[in-house]
Write a protein that binds this ligand. Structure first.
Ligand code: NAP
Length: 199
């Protein structure tokens, strides 16, 4: 039987890197997607040491064609997709009165549209494998925070998107999931957010 394959976006650092390394214990292959090729290669070495086969994809997920490339290269290489974990995102934690249109658009383009496009492109392969999709949100989606306006609004949009995919997933047998990623737990989330943390 061919090996199970997980795609992890934002795998070059932080939550994405930690997720990739954890999934390397359960999946036969991990596709690592982000812009920093060098960092991804280092994560790839660690994935290999854990026992899974890495595939490094150095690309900008804001590019409209990136999702197609990720799915095509994954299928060309491994022939299947069992999990898609949408983590890439680096939304600037600015106050709602300071955010520029460009900053709003950049956050939305990567974290929301990047994940949306990738999920749509991977859907048929996930349906075939009875695979799963995970989206990363954050608690600013549900707790009012002027100081983390964009990240909260974009995370709320991500949750609505996850619910839409989840409903279709019931029909197509592709579970859509929401996962809350929390901060460093050094205090209540609202306090952390006021410090400008990314929620
Ligand atoms: N840290 C927290 O406390 C927290 C809490 C709640 C939610 N979250 C969410 O969790 C996700 C990850 O957060 P993190 O703290 O782990 O952030 P991070 O360490 O800054 O990682 C962000 C990841 O996204 C990738 N990325 C950024 N722009 C990209 C682009 N244009 N194309 C492809 N990849 C791109 C980065 O890789 P490259 O720079 O190499 O491209 C990196 O791998 C974010 O969506 C964040 O909103 C974080």
């Amino acid at each position: 039987m061919s090996k199970s394959v997980a795609i992890v976006t934002g795998a070059s650092s932080g939550i994405g890197k930690a997720t990739a390394l954890r999934l390397a214990r359960d999946f036969g292959a991990i596709v690592l997607a982000a812009r920093s090729g060098e960092k991804l290669s280092e994560v790839g070495q660690q994935v290999k040491a854990i026992g899974a086969e890495p595939l490094v994809l150095e690309l900008d997920l804001m590019a409209p064609t990136a999702a197609e490339v990720v799915v095509k290269k994954t299928l060309d290489h491994f022939g299947r997709i069992d999990a898609l974990v949408n983590i890439a995102g680096a939304v600037v934690g600015l106050d709602v009165f300071q955010m520029t249109d460009e900053q709003w658009n950049t956050g939305m383009e990567l974290k929301f549209h990047g994940a949306r496009r990738l999920t749509i492109h991977a859907w048929d392969a996930l349906r075939e494998s009875k695979g799963a999709v995970v989206f990363i949100s954050g608690n600013a989606a549900v707790i009012p925070q002027a100081g983390a306006a964009a990240v909260g609004a974009i995370n709320a949009a991500i949750e609505a998107l996850a619910k839409a995919f989840a409903e279709r997933g019931i029909e197509d047998r592709v579970p859509g999931q929401q996962r809350f990623a929390w901060g460093d737990h050094d205090g209540p989330p609202i306090v952390h957010a006021r410090k400008g943390g990314d929620f």
